[in-house]
Design a protein around this ligand. Structure first.
Ligand code: PMP
Length: 402
């Protein structure tokens, strides 16, 4: 067998399958209660509306040609215009020229990594942060440092200490962060912008879960606050990532980047080289579905996920030992649990699968330095309250026995 490692580019050394993914393959077994996958409940997919939109598009000769032909790299203009209005409602005034359609927001992360990161650049992320963002950025060989903000003791001065090179960007999820589920208050967003301004740091705002708010008040997107300060988004140093994966369906793979026009122009070139364009058929379907039912559909899924979030919080409070703590998210799909220092999340997962048939994701995967070994992520999106209660009871009994 050839050892291909010598032939690969240096960036390939950072592309490693995690041991956790291997463990999570066991989840197909039907008797396991899984709190692992951060995925939407397929029972809630608007399948009929998607079929109807698809038939309407393909049943019309002109629209079918547009849907099935090569297309421009920027994305389907009516969808970009619709998104510009959607963003305006969130307080982000922009035009279609500020928007690139991507193959899910995951591709947006990759494209932004490609555009901004040279090998050995430093980028700032939350500690913990979204595992998929680390994977996307890793390919461009950065170093990571901690983003200023809640849970971080970093100050603008600390990034300059010892003549360190200026960080290239900060990556942040202000709404229902993956993996902790927590959100930033308006004051925290403003403080982050202040700190970013002090070190001239562009920010990437990932809003993957923004439709999934169950209670509390929504603070403005960081991009809206930055645009207000700068006199419009073309002068602000924020890039915003949106997606329909959690609000409608993930499989059509439609996400978007909102950014200053100059940045979009570069990203369009990256898209051209990498992807040519996102599927026009999928863009047209999602445009139609989003325009007709985004509001009613997201209300429906919020009502269901809220019940599950409440059920998990109630079960945790009822069953967990006193030496563990957890977040109380206002939305999203995740609750983040901190265990005593002596417990390793990956080891606990092994035992949870073997002994009590419960799964979750060990927290260390979400830390750029693989620290946080005594943390785990629990997702409540896929299970009914009774199953959630049973799973949490089993996990609590395991923890009490350790
Ligand atoms: N950002 C975050 C925070 C996520 O959790 C996910 C998916 N789990 C993504 C981006 C990527 O989602 P998609 O590519 O489906 O839009």
């Amino acid at each position: 067998m050839t050892n291909w490692d010598h032939y690969y580019a240096t960036r390939a050394a950072r592309m490693q399958a995690s041991e956790i993914r291997e463990l999570l393959k066991l989840l197909d077994q039907p008797d396991i209660i899984s709190f692992a996958g951060g995925i939407p409940d397929p029972e809630l997919f608007p399948t009929e509306a998607i079929a109807k939109a698809s038939n309407a598009i393909l049943g019309n000769k002109g629209r079918a040609t547009t849907a099935l032909q090569y297309a421009v790299s920027e994305g389907y203009l009516p969808l970009r215009e619709w998104l510009a209005n959607y963003m305006a409602a969130l307080g982000v005034k922009c035009t279609a020229e500020n928007i690139l359609i991507t193959n899910g927001s995951q591709q947006g992360l990759d494209f932004l990594g490609k555009l901004f990161i040279s090998p050995n650049d430093t980028i700032l992320v939350a500690w913990p942060t979204y595992l998929g963002a680390l994977q996307a950025f890793n390919a461009y060989e950065p170093h990571y440092d901690i983003l200023p903000g809640p849970g971080s003791n970093r100050t603008p001065e600390s990034y300059r200490a010892g003549g360190k090179p200026k960080p290239k960007f900060g990556y942040v999820m202000p709404e229902f962060q993956n993996p902790t589920g927590t959100s930033m208050t308006k004051e925290e967003r403003i403080a982050l912008l202040d700190a970013a301004e002090a070190i001239d740091l562009p920010l990437i705002e990932d809003a993957a879960y923004e439709h999934l708010r169950y209670d509390g008040e929504r603070a403005p997107p960081i991009m809206a606050l930055a645009a207000e300060r700068a006199g419009g988004i073309d002068h602000a140093k924020v890039m915003y990532l949106g997606t329909f994966s959690k609000s409608i369906v993930p499989a059509l793979r439609i996400g978007w980047i909102v950014a200053p026009k100059d940045v979009i122009k570069k990203l369009v070139l990256i898209n051209q080289a990498s992807n040519l364009h996102v599927s026009p058929l999928n863009q047209m379907i999602l445009h139609e579905v989003a325009a007709t039912l985004l509001e009613t559909h997201t209300k429906k899924i919020r009502d269901i996920y809220k019940v599950r979030r409440d059920a998990m919080l109630k079960s945790l409070a009822a069953h967990m030992p006193a030496n563990v703590s957890w977040t109380k998210p206002e939305g999203g799909m995740f609750i983040w649990m901190t265990l005593p220092n002596t417990i390793d999340g990956a080891e606990l997962l092994r035992r949870a699968i073997n002994d009590v048939r419960v799964a979750f994701v060990p927290g260390s995967a979400f830390f750029a330095d693989r620290s946080g070994r005594n943390t785990i992520r629990l997702s409540f999106s896929l299970n009914d309250p009774a199953v959630i209660d049973e799973g949490i009871k089993r996990l609590a009994s395991l923890l009490r026995g350790t």
